[in-house]
Design a protein around this ligand. Structure first.
Ligand SMILES: [Zn+2]
Length: 132
């Protein structure tokens, strides 16, 4: 389940807790997102190692068999709607665990602002669609 700002504030209101601003929610999402990605990266490294070990033991080879799937979210609301973000994941055939993933966006506010001003974008965690 994905909770947006409106859902979070509806939940807080039900608990008789004052709502929070979208700016605060966005800042907390950026903080927690980085921590979640760090855990995901280390977990995937362990899973990739496990996948390699099992593959080597079974076939004496480093060639992994994987399943890859990706998507750009869409919504069937009567209007044509394509999400600005997409995802892709790679699953090892031996373990069934995710050994790689990527998340991309069609829009980056920081890059867009720099382009409009004709300046170079400051350092940021850019997720613009590259190589897809
Ligand atoms: Zn960017």
């Amino acid at each position: 389940m994905v909770f947006g700002g409106r859902q979070v504030n509806t939940f807080l209101t039900a608990l008789n807790i004052p709502p929070v601003s979208n700016t605060l929610l966005s800042a907390r999402q950026k903080e927690s997102g980085g921590a979640i990605e760090t855990v995901a990266e280390s977990t995937m490294a362990v899973c990739l190692s496990e996948e390699l070990d099992i593959t080597k033991n079974k076939s004496d080879s480093d060639e992994l068999i994987v399943s890859v799937d990706g998507a750009w979210q869409k919504r069937g609301s009567g209007r044509s709607y394509d999400s600005l973000s997409g995802h892709c994941s790679m699953i090892g055939a031996e373990t069934g665990k995710i050994i790689g993933y990527s998340v991309r966006s069609k829009f980056c506010k920081t890059c867009d602002e720099a382009n409009r001003k004709g300046t170079k974008a400051k350092m940021h965690d850019c997720r613009l669609k590259l190589g897809w």
